[in-house]
Design a protein around this ligand. Structure first.
Ligand code: SAH
Length: 260
């Protein structure tokens, strides 16, 4: 806890440090670390989670951290670990392919909540090198990740992420387990890439799903050619929020064929 006391947390970086040993253990258990693992941690902070990961002896740990004031603390804390590398960058400027060097990686992090959805969306584009992900995020976002059609939590994020990953809701985590406590309840989720990636052009798929979710209560025929809907076996009067993930995928692939 010494490290936490030296460090002044900053709101703009979404810093809420984990202070519960039990929660840290649980997150790291879910990574199922084995000797050969290359692990990338997003948002090291003062390194509570990192230390528990390193104790379990993976081959390599890359810790990405944006806040310069945390670097001296991290460097001092892990100076004896040859398998730890601090990446002094914004996550969004890191090329995960360079870190992976052809090997699959496991991604983990108590994510900065202001960008957690953006990070999740970004990972789908790198699914070919991802083996598994374990993240702490806002419970509200976690519920979207596991939401079913016709519920109010069923959004763009639900469909987009469920297209690529199997999602397990591991547990809810009350605010008191962080310092400073966030305003919301948090949750740990685990995401495992699906074996077959069902869409080829991920960027176009993202735009497609997001377009269908704009004005989600409108009938689909106002957004997509009726013939395409019929070919996909979807009623033109159906609404976006009624479509299952497999229907989104089917519809996208038919739509794409008709436009190429
Ligand atoms: N893992 C630590 C800290 C989690 S708080 C713990 O559990 O105690 C989130 C961390 O992400 C903070 O250290 C914050 O500085 C960092 N962060 C915020 N935005 C980031 C970004 N875009 N790229 C990398 N790190 C970021």
């Amino acid at each position: 806890m010494d490290n936490n006391q030296k460090f002044k947390t900053k709101k703009r970086f979404g810093q809420h440090l984990l202070i519960s040993e039990g929660v840290i253990q649980k997150i790291v258990d879910e990574i199922e670390i084995i000797d050969n693992d290359v692990i990338v941690e997003i948002g090291v902070g003062t390194g509570q989670l990192t230390e528990e990961i390193l104790k379990r002896n993976p081959k390599l740990v890359y810790g990405i951290e944006l806040d310069k004031t945390a670097y001296p603390i991290i460097e001092e804390r892990f100076k004896n670990y040859k398998n730890f590398h601090l990446i002094k960058e914004d996550y969004f400027n890191v090329n995960l392919y360079d870190l992976a060097k052809g090997e699959p990686i496991k991604l983990v992090g108590n994510l900065p909540y202001n960008v957690s959805s953006l990070i999740l969306v970004d990972t789908a584009f790198k699914i070919d090198i991802i083996q598994l992900m374990v993240f702490m995020i806002q419970k509200e976002v976690a519920l979207k990740l596991i939401a079913k059609p016709k519920s109010k939590e069923y959004t763009f994020l639900s469909v987009f992420i469920q297209t690529f990953f199997e999602i397990k809701y591991i547990m809810s985590v009350p605010a008191r387990f962080f310092s400073p406590p966030p305003k919301v309840t948090s949750a740990v989720v685990k995401l495992i890439p699906k074996k077959d990636i069902p869409v080829k052009d991920i960027k176009e798929y993202k735009n497609f799903v997001s377009k269908l979710f704009s004005q989600r209560r409108k009938m689909l025929r106002t957004k997509i050619d009726e013939n395409i809907l019929l070919e996909a076996g979807i009623k033109p009067t159906a609404r976006t929020e009624e479509l299952s993930v497999s229907e989104f995928i089917k519809l996208f692939n038919i739509y794409k064929n008709s436009h190429s």
